[in-house]
Design a protein around this ligand. Structure first.
Ligand code: SF4
Length: 443
């Protein structure tokens, strides 16, 4: 069963689906790290279209054309509505009832729609056709449409396609699908060119900070996504990639197929995570440890000092994560190790064992990590635990607040610059603020 709830979330009843291979319960043993348990049931997640809201800010001359229904358009308008002051960089080509009934030739209509759009907007250099549940239902082949339209509009505009459909996905997978669709277009790097590729959308301010750090360490670094459609970073056997986001499984696989090697590291969240992430690159590129120390020490000191105020507020507080963004594990590690928070349960929609290995090693023994979702059981456990703060999707936040629990929307973690040293205190502030507000309201 798959139906819309008012906030355009998708509920997927998976009670009869078997757990995928590799998701078996892992028993907790002393010294064995956190325990990972799979849960399969009703899910409560946003669809992958949501990724457009941060991706369209990142690639400045790209346009995202959702091929979807009025519901998709409504979701995107309400999620991003306030930001449209200038020419928007995403829109929805509406599939209406006629198309769904198979009467109209949707491909012709799509081509005409793209022609009109590109004639009116010469600033667009890259066009993403974004699939949705409705376009998948009518089996509209957007990959083929993208090839057809690229042949027509290249070299001025490259047309790509990916799916943002809400069936079986989490909202951050939209970014993964978008970046994976870019990988085949990346130029081939010479095998002897050893270069770092940072993969994952970062706020521009964070990207600039990291670019400065890599330059100070003498590491040649490029970023994916790039800010301009024409600046595609080359990839090849010499490419070493550092993932900046934990939800990029498909993109990483596609880059590995092009010869890139992933550098294992925790994610650059918090002072500790950022240092370990930079160190992974520094070690790979043979950076002198003394230089690494010189470059990072002032940033580490500044980051730690900035965390002190929130540490006093958050230490000993109990936090519960519902699965939503796939950022849960690295953020739980940061809150536990750098701010002294107690982790009640860490839910994550999907746990990539390899990409997450360095994070898992930093989490306390016996911690309960729950992969997947059975929302009713999770709600029961959350209510019983009565945590000080609960991280969850938008659909759960209001009911939980009404029950007296303080909540934090996990989607905010995607809209706020949270990576790197200078943002560590902004990240802790996201969790401290709801508690401070609640205490003020009590008085
Ligand atoms: S893609 Fe699917 S889940 Fe997302 S808004 Fe459109 S119909 Fe709803």
């Amino acid at each position: 069963m798959n139906r819309h709830v008012p906030s355009s979330h998708v509920l997927v009843d998976e009670t009869r689906r078997p757990a995928p291979a590799g998701c078996a319960d892992a028993p907790a043993a002393p010294g064995a790290g956190p325990s990972v348990r799979a849960e399969r049931g009703q899910r409560e997640v946003f669809c992958g279209l949501t990724g457009i809201i941060w991706m369209h800010r990142k690639i400045q001359d790209a346009f995202f054309l959702i091929v979807g229904s009025r519901t998709c358009a409504h979701l995107m308008q309400s999620a991003a509505g306030v930001m449209i002051f200038a020419e928007p960089r995403f829109a929805t080509a509406i599939i209406d009832d006629r198309d769904l009934a198979g009467i109209a030739d949707a491909n012709d209509e799509l081509d005409a729609c793209v022609e009109r759009l590109l004639a009116r907007r010469p600033d667009i250099k890259m066009l993403f056709l974004v699939g949705s549940c409705p376009s998948e239902v009518i089996k509209l082949d957007l990959a083929r449409a993208a090839q057809r339209l690229s042949a027509q509009f290249l070299p001025d505009v490259r047309v790509l396609a990916y799916s943002g459909s809400g069936i079986e996905t989490t909202f951050t997978q939209g970014e993964d699908a978008c970046l994976a669709s870019l990988v085949p277009t990346l130029p081939r790097a010479e095998p002897q060119t050893k270069e770092l590729l940072v993969v994952g959308a970062l706020a521009d301010v964070v990207e600039d900070q990291f670019a400065r750090s890599f330059a100070a360490l003498g590491i040649p670094a490029r970023f994916l996504p790039m800010r301009k459609a024409g600046d595609l970073p080359p990839v090849g056997e010499g490419t070493r990639m550092l993932l900046a986001q934990p939800f990029l499984a498909d993109t990483a696989r596609a880059l590995e197929a092009r010869g890139a090697t992933r550098l294992p590291a925790p994610f650059p969240l918090g002072v500790e995570g950022t240092t370990a992430w930079l160190k992974a690159a520094a070690d790979e590129f043979g950076v002198d440890p003394a230089l690494f120390e010189r470059v990072t020490a002032p940033m580490i000191a500044r980051g730690r000092a900035a965390l002190e105020r929130d540490r006093a507020r958050l230490a000993g507080r109990r936090i519960f994560f519902f699965p939503d963004s796939q950022l849960e594990v690295p953020i739980a590690r940061f809150l536990n190790r750098e701010l002294g928070m107690e982790l009640v349960e860490v839910g994550t929609p999907y746990l990539h064992r390899q990409h997450m290995a360095e994070e898992l090693a930093l989490l306390p023994d016996g911690l309960s990590i729950v992969e997947g979702q059975h929302v009713d059981r999770q709600l029961d456990r959350c209510r019983e635990a009565a945590p000080d703060i609960t991280v969850c999707g938008l659909g759960l936040a209001n009911p939980l607040e009404a029950e007296g629990l303080a909540t934090k929307w996990s989607i905010e973690l995607l809209f706020t610059p949270i990576h790197g040293y200078d943002q560590a205190a902004d990240l802790s502030g996201l969790f401290a603020r709801p508690l401070v507000r609640r205490e003020k309201l009590k008085v």
